[in-house]
Design a binder for this molecule. Structure first.
Ligand code: B3K
Ligand code: ZN
Length: 876
């Protein structure tokens, strides 16, 4: 539990040349022999001992150049191995033997068992649970891996790199050897052994290399891996075309496992995936599942260059691989699907997940400078804000220079472990731009607030825009400097056409990018013939909060005419949000709720506009969530008032739009077999949005029930079930549908996750009892992270009224669960606990209950470092 500081970084005293691992697999006693060749780094202390990391390890053998080491020459504890009196200059070989217990590994870090197979997870610090090792990302070496195992139980023996060979090994055992020629850090090591089915394909790279592609899944599930395979091939092609990156081994493997702490892991040549992000067919997967699979398959594949070939010097640089790779997968999905719709989804996600993090107790810079538990820094700030920062570099440089900068990065740093500074320098070098101020995006936490106001001078034909920026204080950072904020913008005339200024003073404008670099700036646009409507932060070019009061007229005009469809969506949100906020305040006071017609008119016009993509229209119809409203309200929040307010406005929209929705619902039936493409998915999304509004007006569940009965794919089925559960929770129809769904999919855990999540999200004080009952069903397994996330995670993250019920029972329940989960799986416990990060925004009674629950966690004995770190920061 020590704090690690970026400023303390120094290279290791010893250079690791080669790694040779032999695993003799056994469910409870796996023997690991690690042969490590080191030499002392030139210029370091010739007497310095070698200190290796461990975690819950027991040493059972130690040789130096094949000779047993006397006990006086080393110290072994579960956390470290220190070896003294090592050669001053010559290379030497250490042979370390440890015995580990995969079956007992419930943390799912290191080597563990899932569904009868052996599998590993090493990022960030899991390799030290396998053997003593310099377990840090700047120690790179080629690995040879030998695996010995019982042949009948483990016909499959996999590791990184290329397959060298295999043979029998006596007594019903066999062995396989793998060699990975690309030097890698230990966090990219992987081993999988067991009995799995496989889907095989092949890819020929641009330069003609034949790559075997294999996706391993549980026997019988092979057909459900077809979409993942297709996504993989498209990813490989896209990375060649867009970034000039080819794959570099003879084989690329993906293994799907059912117990996994996160989405997936980019181990070199052997990605391990949460099966949720591999398996899909129309009967069991929603359109959102398909989109996630495509994105995550791409993300992990793209890591091969951004993360694996070029890796991080230390974990402070995590965004070097994660922010960049998220940016790459976002671009991939934008190219495969609809760019504006993809952007809207990204921004929705950023605002609902990252903005609260950035404005609360867990706020930290994209490139942090200290951590207590690195697992707690795989955050939406590092990932999603990190991606936004990369996107801004591309915006500042333009597409061609950005590509040049990336080429230089790949060229200059291939095979190295580098820093954010190294990355940024590549873009400075190709562009000649000074990115020092821009780099504050990596170093200053908090979402900048930009305030804008405009004035038109008809006589002078000028439009003056006053901009001001403020970066809020965040933990450990009270004083902030002005940032370089690239705002894409447009000026629209009353008829919607673009106004191009004759000249601009007071700020740099390149293309449609306006550069805000000072605390306050006054920008004048000259030669403006008529009052312009300003569209600011097009495509969300910069991740800020924007305070800019625009009239309903101007917003409606943007919503109707902007060429940037993201900006159209944003304008609709900006029209709706003040209504939602006022409604929440009024509901709190017991006042009548109002909603202005400009918003509803614009929304319905977009919904009915055949020239817009259905997916866009569905996004427009999805109002900001209750948590979004809570965040915008900014404090003293009452979840019940917010819920009531939002429901009332939804009903108003439904009433005003019932003809529009009825027409959409009837006309958007997709005949023929299900296809997961973006256009079909968009039609389903719009149709289900229409159904959702129509159901608001229904007195009885007949229509939703009919939709449930008619559904022939999981998207429609789960949408109908969600509507039944949310709108008609206590009816016989809903109970029957839930039971039917459960019985139909009882043998498919991933679909049962949906069944759990749909029920966990039902609002109201009764939610907790429902959760408790569901935890008793045999379909819920406490030991499986996906089940826990679906039930406990959905309740805590996505059910503000149920979780936040006024008597504090929800928070207390969560405290109990966190303490329980923490015994087994600290990473999972810490992640779910972050659902409490916004507790200070609650009204005083609830905030008090939340604080007591948090303090009960804090006072508990035997907390993991993971949970202790989060609870301490949340309470601070
Ligand atoms: N790099 C992994 C995440 C590892 C999380 C470790 N706690 C997956 C990814 O970002 O692609
Ligand atoms: Zn990643």
């Amino acid at each position: 539990g020590q704090i690690v500081n970026l400023a303390d970084y120094r290279a290791t005293d010893f250079v690791l040349e080669r790694v040779d691992l032999t695993f003799d697999l056994h469910p409870t006693e796996t023997k690991v022999e690690a042969r490590l060749i080191f030499h002392r780094r030139e210029g370091t202390d010739p007497k310095a001992p070698l200190v290796l990391d461990g975690d819950e390890l027991v040493l059972s053998g130690l040789l130096l150049d094949q000779v047993e080491l006397p006990a006086a020459q080393y110290d072994a504890t579960p956390e470290s191995l220190t070896v003294r009196d090592l050669p001053e200059a010559a290379p030497f070989e250490l042979t370390i033997t440890t015995v580990i217990n995969p079956e007992a590994n419930t943390q799912l870090m290191g080597l563990y068992r899932t569904g009868g197979i052996y599998c590993t997870q090493c990022e960030a610090e899991g390799f030290r649970r396998i053997t003593y090792f310099p377990d840090r990302p700047d120690v790179l070496a080629p690995y040879t891996v030998n695996i010995i195992a019982d042949k009948a139980a483990n016909p499959l023996l996999l590791s990184n790199g290329n397959f060298l060979g295999g043979a029998g090994y006596g007594e019903g055992k066999h062995f396989a050897a793998w060699f990975d020629p690309h030097p890698k850090p230990s966090y990219l090591f992987a081993l999988v052994a067991g009995d799995l089915g496989v889907v095989e394909d092949a890819f020929t790279t641009a330069s003609g290399r034949e790559v075997a592609l294999k996706i391993y899944v549980e026997h019988g599930k092979e057909p459900r891996a077809a979409y993942a395979m297709d996504a993989l091939k498209r990813s490989m092609k896209w990375d060649e075309e867009r970034f000039g990156r080819e794959y570099d081994l003879d084989i690329f493997m993906i293994v799907a496992v059912s117990d996994f702490n996160m989405g997936a892991m980019e181990n070199k040549g052997l990605n391990v995936f949460n099966d949720k992000y591999v398996l899909a067919d129309p009967e069991t997967a929603t359109d959102a599942d398909y989109a996630n699979i495509e994105a995550i398959i791409a993300h992990e594949y793209f890591h091969n260059w951004t993360g694996n070939r070029i890796t991080c010097r230390d974990w402070f640089q995590l965004c070097l691989k994660e922010g960049l790779t998220v940016y790459r997968d976002h671009e991939f999905s934008a190219d495969q699907r609809s760019r504006p719709v993809k952007r809207i989804a990204e921004v929705r996600h950023l605002k609902s997940e990252q903005f609260p993090e950035d404005s609360g107790p867990l706020a930290h810079p994209v490139r942090p400078t200290k951590y207590r538990e690195i697992n707690n820094f795989y955050t939406t700030t590092v990932y999603e804000k990190g991606s936004e920062v990369t996107r801004m570099i591309a915006t500042l440089l333009g597409r061609d220079l950005f590509k040049k900068g990336m080429d230089l990065y790949f060229d200059r740093h291939d095979g190295q472990a580098v820093t954010i500074e190294d990355f940024v320098r590549c873009f400075e070098d190709v562009s000649g731009r000074d990115l020092a101020q821009f780099s504050l995006w990596y170093h200053q936490a908090g979402t900048p607030l930009v305030t804008a106001s405009g004035a038109y001078d008809a006589d002078g034909k000028t439009f003056t825009l006053s901009l001001e920026q403020m970066v809020p204080a965040t933990p450990g950072q009270t004083v902030k400097k002005p940032m370089h904020i690239p705002l894409r913008m447009g000026l629209l005339a009353e008829d919607g056409s673009a106004i191009v200024p004759a000249s601009v003073t007071g700020a740099e404008l390149t293309g449609d990018v306006l550069h805000l670099t000072k605390k306050a700036q006054t920008v004048t646009f000259h030669g403006i013939p008529s009052r312009p409507v300003l569209s600011l932060n097009r495509s969300f070019s910069t991740p800020i909060n924007l305070q800019f009061s625009q009239s309903a007229h101007d917003l409606a005009l943007i919503a109707r005419y902007e060429t940037d469809h993201f900006a159209r969506w944003q304008a609709l949100i900006d029209l709706g949000l003040p209504n939602l906020l006022q409604a929440a305040r009024d509901a709190r006071q017991g006042l009548d709720i109002k909603c202005d017609s400009a918003f509803i008119d614009a929304l319905l016009a977009a919904a009915a506009d055949e020239s817009l993509e259905p997916a866009f229209r569905a996004q427009a119809l999805a109002l900001p969530s209750e948590s979004d409203i809570a965040r915008e309200l900014g404090g003293n929040n009452d979840p019940d008032a917010i819920h009531a307010a939002r429901q009332t406005i939804i009903k108003r929209v439904a009433e005003a739009g019932k003809d529009v929705f009825a027409a959409l619902y009837d006309s958007l039936q997709t005949p023929g077999p299900f296809t997961p493409d973006a256009a079909s998915a968009g039609r389903r999304a719009l149709r289900n949005a229409a159904l959702s509004y129509l159901s608001q007006l229904d007195e009885a569940p007949a229509r939703a029930k009919a939709a449930y009965d008619a559904a022939n794919n999981m998207t429609d089925l789960s949408a109908a079930l969600t509507i039944l559960a949310q709108r008609f929770p206590d009816t016989a129809e809903t109970a029957a549908a839930l039971a039917h769904f459960r019985d139909r999919f009882a043998d498919n855990a991933l679909v049962i996750d949906k069944w759990l999540a749909i029920q966990a999200a039902i609002p109201g004080a009764g939610a907790l009892e429902r959760i408790r009952l569901l935890m008793e069903t045999p379909l819920f397994k406490r030991t499986n992270p996906n089940r826990v996330r679906s039930l406990v995670g959905t309740f805590a993250f996505a059910n503000p009224t149920g979780f936040g019920r006024a008597d504090g029972a929800g928070y207390n329940f969560l405290a109990d669960e966190i303490l329980e989960i923490d015994q087994r799986n600290p990473q999972l416990a810490a992640r779910i606990l972050t659902s409490m990060r916004s507790w200070r925004l609650l009204e005083p009674v609830r905030a008090d209950h939340a604080r007591s629950a948090l303090m009960r966690i804090e006072r508990a004995s035997g907390l993991s470092t993971d949970v202790r770190d989060i609870v301490d920061r949340i309470l601070k």
